[in-house]
Design a protein around this ligand. Structure first.
Ligand code: RTP
Ligand code: MG
Length: 137
């Protein structure tokens, strides 16, 4: 089943020079294709939409500040079961709980600074793709 997902490489990934490493893991999966890719400084309005489900939670404000702290890589990836697949490559939200071999498990320690975002369902992917790439067909 070919799907499309939205992936963000968070400011920690860019700052730490791990963009190539993380993109490489995505790129090496059979038949997955990068459909769009951009280094972008996000603004608060975009993040308010993106993280709408988390508004009011204690981690929301620090999360938005972190996501504004530097540019992120915004990308669209197409391929076989890519939504579940990128989540699997990323590992669980808490990098200490994430298994070695996963992106978060290999490179992360802090829950907030967990390197990568990937849409968690087809519904989320459609919603998030509209926010970050409104012109993409
Ligand atoms: P993401 O949306 O970034 O792919 O990550 P996720 O589904 O694994 O995590 P989610 O629950 O949607 O939370 C979004 C992001 O908020 C930060 N966070 N901080 N307790 C905390 O300090 C906390 N909890 C979540 C993380 O950056 C998480 O990825
Ligand atoms: Mg999430």
């Amino acid at each position: 089943m070919t799907q499309r997902t939205l992936v963000l490489l968070k400011p920690d990934t860019v700052r730490r020079g791990l963009v190539g490493e993380v993109i490489g893991r995505i790129e090496r999966k059979a038949d997955w294709k990068i459909a769009a890719l951009e280094l972008r400084q996000l603004d608060r309005a975009t993040l308010e939409q993106h993280y709408a489900e988390h508004v009011g939670r204690p981690f929301y404000e620090p999360l938005v500040e972190f996501m504004l702290s530097g540019p992120v890589v915004v990308m669209v990836v197409d391929g076989e079961r890519v939504i579940e697949g990128v989540r699997q490559l990323a590992g669980p939200t808490d990098p200490i709980a994430a298994a070695p071999g996963s992106i978060r498990g290999d490179f992360g320690t802090i829950v907030r600074e967990n390197l990568i975002h990937a849409s968690d369902s087809e519904e989320s992917a459609i919603r998030e793709l509209k926010i970050f790439f409104p012109g993409l067909s």
